[in-house]
Write a protein that binds this ligand. Sequence first.
Ligand code: ZN
Ligand code: ZN
Length: 932
Amino acid sequence: MEHEILEFWQKEKIVEKYLKKNDKSDQKFSFLDGPITANNPMGVHHAWGRTYKDLWQRFYCMLGFAGRFQNGFDEQGLWVEVEVEKELGFKNKKDIEKFGIDKFVNLCKERVKKYSDIQTQQSKRLAYFMDWENSYHTSSDTNNYAIWNFLKVCNQKGYLYKGHDTVPWCPRCGTAISQHEILTEQYLEITHKAVFVKYQVDQGPVARDQEEFLLVWTTTPWTLPSNVAIAVNPDFNYGIWEINGQKIIIALKLAKGAGITEKPQKTFKGKHLVGIKYLGNFDDLPALKNVEHRVIAAKDLVIEEEGTGLVHIAPGAGEEDFKLAKEEKLAVVESIDESAVYIEGFGDLSGQNAKKNPDLIFKKLEEKNVIFKIEDYTHRYPTCWRCKTELVWRVVDEWYIAMDRKSKVKSQKSEKTLRQQMMEVTKEIKWLPKFGLDRELDWLKNMHDWLISKKRYWGLALPIWECSKCGNFEVIGSNAELKEKAVEGWDKFEGNSPHRPWIDNVKIKCPKCHSVTSRIPDVGSPWLDAGIVSFSTLPEDWFPADFITESFPGQFKNWFYSLIAMSTVLKNTNPTKTILGFATLLDEKGQEMHKSTDNAIEFNEAADKIGVDIIRWMYATQNPAANLLFGYHKADEVRRRFYLILWNSYKFFTDYANLAQWVCEKTPADITKKLTILDKWILASLTDLVLTVNASLQKYDAQTASRAIEEFTVNDLSTWYIRRSRDRVGPNAGSVDQNIFLSTFYGVLVTISKLSAPFMPFVSEEIYKSMTGDDSVHLSNYPLGDKSLLDKKLIDDMKIVRQLVETAHSIRKDKGIKVRQPLAEFTYGENQLTDDLEKLITAEINVKKVTYKKDIKPNLDTKLNPDLIAEGEAREIIRQIQGARKEAGCELSETVTVKLPNWPAKYEAEIKKQTLTAKLIKSATLEIVRSL
Ligand SMILES: [Zn+2]
Ligand SMILES: [Zn+2]
């Protein structure tokens, strides 16, 4: 059915008509798409956000708001490069350079073209109604030059700077990994060899005994050659032990952890260690020549939970260490290159990979006899978000946007730092779920400066031309500005996209010293690409967006962050009014989906196996704050719990409407005067639903809206309205009442199809089209509800009716009396109900009368007499014949002859009437004889 409808939409240009439906409207719904990474086919997790995106655009489109319906593809960055590298079998950056940057970048372009096309097709399958011809691409010139402008403004405001710092680094990708990119899920449980290593105290100005050794513990032995200091906590208690003829110093509380169980010879406070000189274990290497080692105090860094209370400090290989080095004026010993290979000056370590050969270090330490103990140590260790390689730390020059500087451009708010301004802007946004605000603020409070450079190839070419003579740098804000300033290489660049290697040909003159300068080779963080889109894609009168939605675990640090940063720098305002975040999609057992663990579900597979409507319904009914467990069992549950009930309700209607040859035009004009209490109630209940759905969707709460639709369809429509109306249709029904019922039912179903259209575009289309004959439900207007039909009192009374009915049914159940067995009387107290409502109870619980007696508890008289028993038998026979008719494949209106063993004579006429039986014949077994 879904495939047929897709074809219909295409053939009849329904999407085009939908996109243009409100072109002339004064009201706008400004949706801004967070670009999908065009690097692989869609997984089912992508469909969660895309369902939300489609849902609210449809809702506002049906309400008559103009929309832009622009999808975005995220196309630049390491994620694409790594996949192309894999295809080419490349191991590192040298392979790329040998291959040719131009060829490599062109392959990256081809890859994103391929996958953006595939994702477009998949999105259409999801019934995602977008202006697919007009998707934006972050690799476009427009997007890249918009970022150039942003960076130029950053520079004018004094935020942009080149930093020399120790940063997390992926040795495979050969690039810095910014703090933004290290997410909790990039920490893996890894077992490393941790080592307790001895450092011999050097007799210096603060005289101590040269027989003494400081015991240091590290989980990253490869950083030991960069050791320049040992940090202690001046307030902790330390002790000296004599072990194998050597005096070992360690914090008292941690001695046991190092395997020391004896009593210390002497104890003292850590402050007595501060200032001591000690001998490095790699001092014979050229790189360590003239490097002094000493004990320093660092209260925050030294803890008593693990280690020795003496912390190895290597400013060349640790962020905190680097900071300490600045404060303490320590040497910074850089030891590895961009592939984590020891650089020159490290003796026979040079040229060896530091991460891959941990034994190299142990061998060296063994030669010096300074290993105290080696143990396996399992910890959560950060890995590259792209290739899962374990990260290292190294000192590099990278470009940053400073968070704590005030703008050099004078304006009203220039007294505030960028961080402070961003926090204010963040508070202007409505965050859903509410905790989003705190998470974003928390991130903003604690984050470092924004590292925006990457030493890679396929990405935004950072528009920074740095003078190698005088160190001045220029930031170019546009293609035109570059053309004007170019002194060399423009001809080689012209006609190409602003990417490496073509852009690298262009040279400009240093405005300070007039030397010819080149662009820095770095490319930009992909979050610049995604963060600029509220400027590069939204026309000015559509800014800020009304609504964005994305999975939150990563985006507080990434997309939400970069959107806010760029909007704050450029306009000092919020990029969007509302952010709806949602959690993570896991498999049914709550495990993360991975291709490698074989539990990932491809979107196409799921779509064809369980249907897009069901998938979308699973997403819509989910609490966005909680992780969604996705799988085929859950899908089947949704199908049975709701989808089939909606479908069967619709089938019930069409079957009986066809049988009665009912057409919509026949609806009597004065129908409202003849409505039964049940009709009035379902219309009141429907109105209540329509109001709830509208209010919830306006609050971006799809869960409340969809659950209300489900609750109404299952509980009110199917379980009560249809069930209590079965006698109103079919061959025995009165034609006026049947007409009223079908008319009411028709109205309910059409309204439900419209209400559910943004959620389940296919089945709603099927129902709507077949019932109304109109073009498409997606070109219809969203129901707003006729408040005159809302009758709260009736809704409440019906609740009481249904409670009473439940009580009666449970009494029957307790006593083992079938519902088909008529009983004499049901009595109830409390609120007296109208006759109409009492009649509903009478019919539903199969009693002869319902009586109200003040202040009594509901009670069912279960005494039987022969007459009741005979009637019960007749009912049972009717049920059996109806079952047999169905099995024999009889038409609803077909008259038959029935053979059966016996029946109560008093009820023969009734049995015949109820079962469309012309003749009852005695026989040993029940049998339907068809005249056809
Ligand atoms: Zn990597
Ligand atoms: Zn210069």
